[in-house]
Design a protein around this ligand. Structure first.
Ligand code: SF4
Length: 329
């Protein structure tokens, strides 16, 4: 079936993926493959802007790739690769930086946020992060970028950069990517308050075993007003209930909804049910992950093959870019 265009998305190599990564990105990556030609990139160079040691970079890249594959990325159809394996992105980044006013970068709320988080390491790469991100997208002649509403300004920055470049060099050499508006659910951690994240240690890893998963689920914070088993609860403010809505059947969700409000079910049993359903949902993923993990070389081969295919597209774009720039041959 003819595809509806090319989608690009990148994510930093954060190692073993958690439920927040899955529901917020990977699940959508897998679904997009049915209709789009997908290019998925593990952006290791971006990671260098904030990490001070690279000792885990290779392992984190591998673990993330393994999780993506186990979740259903189809490497024979989609291009899955590591950013630094396509060095053309660094070249394009340099050319794009010449059409990007510095003040525009330092005014970005995301830059200000990063400065707050990395006060001791405000480097040149951090300022240019959105330019490299733009290079990532346009290098692959991307039609769509799946982003949530809060990410829309980033993409708008990329679109403006493309327009500036095309205007300066008098040709529509780079394609302006469009936003593929995507509903990105905010998945809360087991604390029930903050977004799920490794750094907060409030996450549930996809690759954990059933026992570890149940242990994490049993630590989840529920309706804070429900102090005793006999108190009626309010599922609308309970993170466990939000997860039931994703991983349990409609009938189970309806039952919990009414039982919780009448204290017909206790939080312990409710969590056990969620843990069982989550484990059942993740079982095929875990089986595939175990299988793929038996042959790490094959995973790296997939990434290298993806980089080879990505380089072909990249070189085509760069040929047109270098021509437009009238660089000496
Ligand atoms: S019974 Fe379930 S939905 Fe209700 S507060 Fe407890 S964990 Fe949440």
């Amino acid at each position: 079936m003819a595809k509806k265009g090319r989608v690009f998305s990148g994510a930093r190599p954060t190692g073993r993926q958690h439920l927040g990564n899955y529901l917020g990105a990977i699940k959508n990556y897998v679904a997009l493959q049915d209709d789009f030609e997908c290019v998925y990139c593990i952006v290791d160079v971006h990671a260098l802007t904030t990490v001070e040691t690279t000792q885990d970079l290779i392992q984190n890249t591998y673990d993330m790739a393994l999780d993506w594959l186990a979740a259903g990325i189809r490497p024979e159809e989609s291009i899955m690769f590591v950013q630094s394996h396509v060095p053309q992105v660094m070249e394009l980044h340099t050319y794009l930086s010449m059409v990007t006013p510095l003040g525009k970068l330092t005014d970005l709320p995301t830059f200000k946020e990063k400065v707050r988080q990395n006060e001791s390491n405000i480097n040149y790469g951090l300022v240019g992060y959105p330019v490299l991100m733009t290079a990532d997208i346009v290098l692959y002649n991307t039609d769509f970028v799946p982003v949530g509403v809060d990410q829309a300004p980033h993409l708008e920055f990329s679109r403006e950069t493309v327009r500036s470049f095309n205007y300066r060099y008098g040709k529509a050499v780079l394609k302006e990517p469009l936003m593929k508006n995507t509903e990105i659910p905010k998945v809360l951690g087991i604390d029930g308050v903050q977004k799920m994240g490794k750094s907060l240690n409030n996450h549930i890893e996809l690759a954990s075993n059933a026992e570890e998963t149940q242990k994490r689920v049993m630590q989840m914070v529920t309706d804070p007003q429900r102090l005793r088993r006999n108190d009626p609860g309010n599922p609308d403010v309970c993170n466990v209930f939000s997860m039931h809505k994703i991983f349990s059947t409609k009938e189970e969700v309806a039952q919990i909804n009414s039982d919780c409000r009448t204290a017909g079910i206790g939080c312990v049993d409710c969590k056990k049910k969620y843990a069982a359903n989550l484990n059942a949902n993740l079982a095929p993923f875990r089986e595939r992950r175990d299988d793929l993990g038996k042959n790490p070389t094959a995973v790296w081969d997939i990434l290298h093959d993806g980089a080879g295919r990505a380089r072909v597209i990249a070189e085509e774009t760069m040929g047109a870019v270098r021509d437009a720039l009238q660089l000496p041959k």
